[in-house]
Write a protein that binds this ligand. Structure first.
Ligand code: URA
Length: 232
């Protein structure tokens, strides 16, 4: 059991899947050992609902750390108990986390632990079982969404249809700066999302090569919503 061929190498940590289009935003596969360990546990069918939920929360925190690596900073003057100093704080656009219902909500708590001042929006999309096309049933955003940097979250980037529809909708609402964070991306979904929204950086913990005929990621982890909420 010492075969590490499935473990992403350092070279995969930041990979542009679309090397032809260098101006595009990056695809980052977070290969940190803690992330990879927790993703393996989350994938296992033996993992219980409570452990799955905890793992997704922890992974979302670790992905948030990478997704926010390039946030703008400024310095402010403060006084420590010992001496005055000039020290960095976040600046620039305020954040909004946008969850694609319902599995996206499994990411929110972990992200809000690290970004407590962020606003939260929700998009409800369901997949037509025949066409796998997304149909919107809910859209609730902060009024100033167009002024915010948006991080869209959904654990599973499968066909990419829901992600593309969500980003289309947010751009229609005036959003200009977005990232997309997921736990597992399928290769076809990643390519579709990149083609539709090359300006949106993607952060993921893993890329799986295939989808099955129902649009599930293979090997994936199953239905993330059902596993988060124990509905199956
Ligand atoms: N949604 C999921 O929850 N899992 C998949 O594999 C694909 C879409």
């Amino acid at each position: 059991m010492n075969d590490l061929s499935a473990v992403p190498t350092a070279a995969q940590a930041i990979a542009d899947t679309d090397a032809e289009s260098s101006p595009s935003a990056m695809v980052m596969v977070v290969n940190h050992p803690l992330v990879q360990h927790k993703v393996t546990l989350a994938r296992s069918e033996d993992t219980t609902t409570d452990n799955f939920r905890r793992l997704v929360r922890e992974i979302s925190q670790l992905l948030t750390y990478e997704a926010t690596r390039d946030l703008a900073m400024e310095t402010i003057a403060i006084k420590t108990p010992i001496a005055p100093m000039v020290s960095p704080v976040l600046s620039g656009k305020k954040l909004c986390l946008v969850s694609i219902l319902r599995a996206g909500n499994g990411f929110l708590d972990g992200m809000l632990d690290l970004l407590p001042a962020a606003r939260v929006g929700h998009i409800g999309l369901y997949r037509d079982p025949e066409t796998l096309e997304p149909i919107e049933y809910y859209f609730k955003m902060p009024e100033d969404i167009h002024e915010r940097m948006v991080i869209v979250v959904d654990p599973m980037l499968a066909t990419g249809n829901s992600a593309i529809a969500a980003l289309n909708r947010l751009k229609e609402a005036g959003v200009t700066t977005m990232k997309y964070v997921c736990l597992i991306a399928s290769r076809p979904g990643l390519q579709a999302l990149r083609a539709a929204h090359p300006d949106v950086a993607i952060v993921t913990a893993a890329i799986d090569e295939q989808l099955n005929e129902h649009g599930y990621i293979v090997p994936g982890l199953g239905d993330a919503g059902d596993r988060l909420y124990g509905t199956k």
